[in-house]
Design a binder for this molecule. Sequence first.
Ligand code: C2E
Ligand code: CA
Ligand code: CA
Length: 678
Amino acid sequence: MDSVRELKEAFSVASGDPELVRSQLQAFGRQIPLLYFILMVNTIAVAVTHYRFAPKWVVVYTPAFLCLICTIRCVNWWKARHRVLTHEHAVSELRKTTRLASILGAGFSIWSFTLFPYGGPYEQAQVAFYMATTLVGCVFCLMHVRAAALSLLLIVVIPFTVFFVSTRQPVFVAMAVDMMLVGTALCFIIHIYYLNFSQLVQSQRDLLATQIRTQTLSDENFRLASIDSLTSLPNRRSFFSSLAELAQQQLAPMHRFDVGLIDLDGFKQVNDVYGHATGDQVLSEVGRRLLTFATPDVLLSRLGGDEFGIIVKMSRSNDALVALAEKICEQLSRPYWVSGNVAELSGTIGWATFPQTATTVEQLFERADYALYFGKESQRGRPVIYSAEHETRIRRASLIAQELRRADLEAELYLVFQPIYDVMQQKPVGFEALARWQNVPLGQVQPDEFIRVAERTDLILHVTEVLLRKALAEVHHWPASFCLSFNLSVIDISSLPRSQRLLDIVSLSRVPPSRVNFEITETALTRDFEQARGSLALIKEAGCSVSLDDFGTGYSSLTYIHRLPFDQIKIDRSFVAKVDADAASRNIVKSVMDLCNNLELRCVVEGVETQSQLDILRDIGGVIMQGYFFGRPMRAEAIGTYLAEAAAHLGHPLNPAGVPQPAGTAGSAGTLAPIGLT
Ligand code: C2E
Ligand code: CA
Ligand code: CA
């Protein structure tokens, strides 16, 4: 049964495998011209040699008719050679080929047998030879279509054998037997060839499938490696490769492109207050909002954390860039509703332009980063384009860093002290120490400048230690109830051992820790909340107190303050400056004071400069104040005079003239006043 099925299969077109059918048709198509060439040339040759012996219908018309069929078939094939066939069409084409092979095989065989009786023994032998060689040639050409090759073989070999055996001529009988044997061998060869061919097709298919799988996998890996999984934006790696590619393309200086770095303001607080899951949701929402700006010319990426990158190809002008950036900032500052909470953030963007401000990718990124840094300091939530002013600042900062490194800090750093005033008691209750640096090449450098530079190098640790020792040395000369307020930078509380170093300095100074208050700015806390909390706890444990400085300039929320062990909040002077002109500032100051009352924190109002500010602040409940109105920062040597005058005015109503202004205010050499009012 099996062999019958196999036999049937061998003579039919295997239609179940489209790939095999397509390959068969393709391979066979390439042999068609050769097949018909062999067939027609051999036929014409036989017809020509028999021309003298046989009638015209045998040597001219019949072969001409058969050759016409062959030619039509060839032309049809030529015309359709580029046609893309469906599987059904391809199968029917193969079946047609099989049928045609049988029909033409039979037609040419019958014609050959008809021709045989004409001519002498040579011509007869030529007919036999023609049939055998043409058959072998055609079978080889049909090799890829097994059914056609086998059908042709049977249709020619069997009649050939019967016909030539029946001639009883030993030569022809021998040829018939020979033909039988060759035919049988060809059957096997065709079969084996066909099996190999289908295996080859199968393995090619497997190979292709493996290649596709590998390609898909590698495409997916590439996608994953260049996409940020949280926001689905391209990631840092992708950002830098796009940047490098662009820089390569834009070597012609005609075209500019811009790089923007976005940093979210207030994101750390969201993470700290609501947890990382909420933080992640905010980041994906930021990603969604940013994606709305993506165009083929605006590429957005997440560089890590809460930092994002923008590349604007072919931007036209700074104005166009600012317009785009402002729209982005506006989007980012809309409220974020996540997990039942509403988070308020903003995004600051630093821009740098290629090739105007930078000629390498690294420089471009660095400058955009600097513009961002500048923006974070002075204009949060807005775009900043890197400019010549930033260039000057960078130069100045590197000069400061250089001088700071080689300076004798012990000799060059000194402190000025600004009184902290109690308006109820009408007397100062302490001093805030403010750093100054007198350097020969640079002259007088303000803390805003050198503290920041020192923070970027580890020099700040040494700076703080020198200043703290000097400040504590002064406390011994003050009244016993007076406290020292000392500013710390974020690096000073970035690890427990560093904070401990400061406490060791306090204890070595023999100033009671209860008289030392450390001030930490709000922005400093945003860097590493948990670490800051640990350090503050350590400082409190040692008996010192801690203040939140510059309150209102960052993104502190009530919860945020509540989770840190502060004793005191200092309201930033930017609110006080407008307190007499602007009801909103007044309300803010009032609510911070109420907040302090509720949380049982002391509240210091900074930057009081005028009588009217003082009056308003006192009306809304302000008690402890600081500012030029009560005293400018003064040299240590001037404190004695200041305190003496303050004592003399005790009980008198306060006015600018009544508040003692020491001779040795900040920066001046100061006059040596009697010290020892303790
Ligand atoms: P701060 O801690 O907020 O210090 C108050 C600043 O405001 C001082 O500036 C002071 O001179 C100024 N100021 C005080 N009263 C008034 C006023 O009525 N009106 C105006 N317009 N300004 C007033 P200064 O000394 O230039 O210090 C700037 C900042 O540098 C400080 O701000 C503080 O953050 C930082 N700083 C100063 N000394 C140190 C230090 O020893 N260590 C650290 N880490 N930072 C310091
Ligand atoms: Ca301060
Ligand atoms: Ca302050």
